[in-house]
Design a binder for this molecule. Structure first.
Ligand SMILES: NC(=O)c1ccc[n+]([C@@H]2O[C@H](COP(=O)([O-])OP(=O)(O)OC[C@H]3O[C@@H](n4cnc5c(N)ncnc54)[C@H](O)[C@@H]3O)[C@@H](O)[C@H]2O)c1
Length: 469
């Protein structure tokens, strides 16, 4: 009988993937692509039915590749955990959102761990991939698995290896992004490293699951803090009448010691706005206050309000109020060319505009319908007439399929939060933090005029009152 290491080495092992979403599905396809038998488990029977019909649950998968694997039975899909009995290695890729109080919601990981525990057998390798707080693998998953009577390191192996996939990144995918792996014991780490070395070009072993868990959070926190930094700079540039994009372009010419980040209407996605709270929450149990996380969150979550203010200012320049105006939002996904709307700034901005009395419609070629804090709508066709009749076109996502030059020609007023339009697109374009110079000149002149007028007469002596008297 071959050992697990031998079965992984010659790819005769069966790999189980629990949770077939943005992370789990591409992973399942990757293992099947290199010759492993894969059992995919998702507790959502709708998701399983959708996958069986050849429709991937995420845009990063080639539907033909999935269909071919399903047909050849190199991937078999189930909505129950029982088939995990036949798996040699199991990767858990379930969601790790936050509760309404911004605390880790571990219910998915807990239920997946219980499902895996039910069919845990001697010699199996279990790897948690979900992004989570340091200690999850050891303090939460391990006790659930060991409650079966089996012992980690003796009867089964347990490790943590974070998923680093960046949706729609054309340069870096699963295979060419190094994979960090930390085992509960050295042998657990070796087995997990061997498994991932079958599908990725580089595995980075670390000394424990905790190191790997914290490294993943650091990566996303780094993005969160740096996006907050440029967002704050954008707010300052807006006050100063500076084009923040020109500033960033200039700074980006430094060939060392600077990394480009872009401001925007807020941060979105399942990771960057959420993961830092996992670290903040864990830090609190050590009596430690993570000030950078709180500050970055404050700045990033203030951006949607700034965008709404920008729309109000833009309409104001046309002597229009937001109430009653037609606002056409372009883009609802949290970033360009994807369909993911999780934590998207659009989900906050659209309801705010709606509550302030605007008639909001949206177009997103990747998002057919949207439901945001009580506001629901369907993506409207992006016709010339729709652009022309809008009182304000608000660009929230930079999808490459939009013809921005044409939009700039047709629209009467645009608020561009993504630097989608050229700086010289016209004075009807209000940019996130690059107020057109004429607006500043006009505003400055108006303020000067207001302050240089003699103070208004006291109320009691105003002519209208005198006449009434
Ligand atoms: N989406 C990304 O770009 C990305 C990148 C890196 C890391 N991550 C992390 O990976 C993890 C998974 O994220 P995702 O984006 O793939 O989530 P997702 O919501 O796209 O998919 C999760 C899937 O798991 C299923 N599921 C939930 N609980 C289950 C359970 N107990 N048993 C079986 N199936 C279950 C759901 O039905 C869903 O299909 C999260 O921790 C996330 O933070 C995500």
């Amino acid at each position: 009988m071959k050992t697990l290491a031998e079965r992984i080495g010659d790819r005769s092992a069966t790999v189980g993937v629990v949770g077939l979403g943005y992370v789990g599905l591409p992973l399942a396809v990757c293992f099947a692509d290199v010759g492993f038998d894969v059992v995919g488990i998702d507790y959502s029977s709708e998701a399983i039915a959708q996958l069986h019909s050849g429709e991937p649950t995420t845009g990063d998968i080639d539907p033909a590749a999935l269909t071919a694997h399903l047909k050849a039975e190199s991937i078999r899909l189930y909505d129950s955990y029982e088939p995990l009995e036949t798996a040699d290695a199991i990767c858990i890729c379930v969601p790790t959102p936050v509760t309404e109080h911004r605390e880790p919601d571990m219910s998915y990981v807990r239920s997946a761990a219980h499902g895996v525990a039910e069919y845990l057998g001697r010699g199996q390798l279990v790897v948690l991939e979900s992004t989570t707080f340091p200690g999850t693998t050891d303090e939460l998953v391990r006790p659930i698995l060991e409650a079966t009577g089996l012992r980690v390191g003796r009867d089964f192996a347990l490790a943590y290896s974070p998923e680093r996939v960046d949706p729609n990144n054309q340069r870096f995918g699963l295979q060419n992004t190094p994979k960090v792996v930390g085992g509960v014991t050295a042998k657990c780490g070796d087995l997990a490293a061997l498994l991932y070395s079958q599908i990725v070009t580089e595995v980075v072993p670390v000394s424990s699951p905790r190191v790997a868990e914290t490294a993943k959070l650091l990566e996303n926190l780094f993005r969160h803090v740096n996006i907050a930094l440029v967002n704050e700079l954008a707010l300052l540039c807006d006050r100063m009448g500076l084009d923040v994009w020109e500033v960033i372009d200039a700074a980006s010419t430094k060939p060392f010691g600077f990394m480009r980040f872009e401001p925007g209407p807020g941060v979105g996605g399942h990771c960057v706005p959420v993961d830092p709270f996992y670290l903040a929450w864990k830090a609190r149990s050590y009596g430690f206050h993570t000030r950078f996380i709180e500050l970055a969150s404050d700045v990033n979550t203030s951006m949607p309000r700034h965008v709404v203010q920008k729309v109000i200012e833009a309409l104001n320049s046309r002597a229009k109020s937001l109430r009653g105006s037609q606002v056409l939002v372009l883009g609802a996904a949290y970033k360009g060319d994807i369909a993911d709307t999780r934590e998207s700034p659009a989900l906050r901005i659209i309801p705010m505009l709606h509550e302030l009395g605007a008639h909001v419609s949206y177009n997103d070629p990747h998002v057919p319908s949207l439901s945001a804090n009580g506001w629901t709508g369907r993506s409207e066709a992006l016709t010339d007439a729709a652009v022309q009749t809008a009182d304000c076109v608000l660009i929230l996502t930079k999808h490459s399929s939009y013809d921005y030059e044409r939009i700039a020609v047709l629209a009467s007023l645009i608020v561009d939060t993504r630097n989608a339009l050229r700086p010289d697109a016209g004075c009807h374009v209000f940019r996130l933090a690059a107020q057109p110079a004429h607006v500043h000149a006009e505003a400055a002149a108006a303020i000067y005029e207001r302050h240089s007028r003699p103070p208004s007469q006291p109320r009691a002596t105003r002519p209208v009152l005198a006449a009434e008297a």
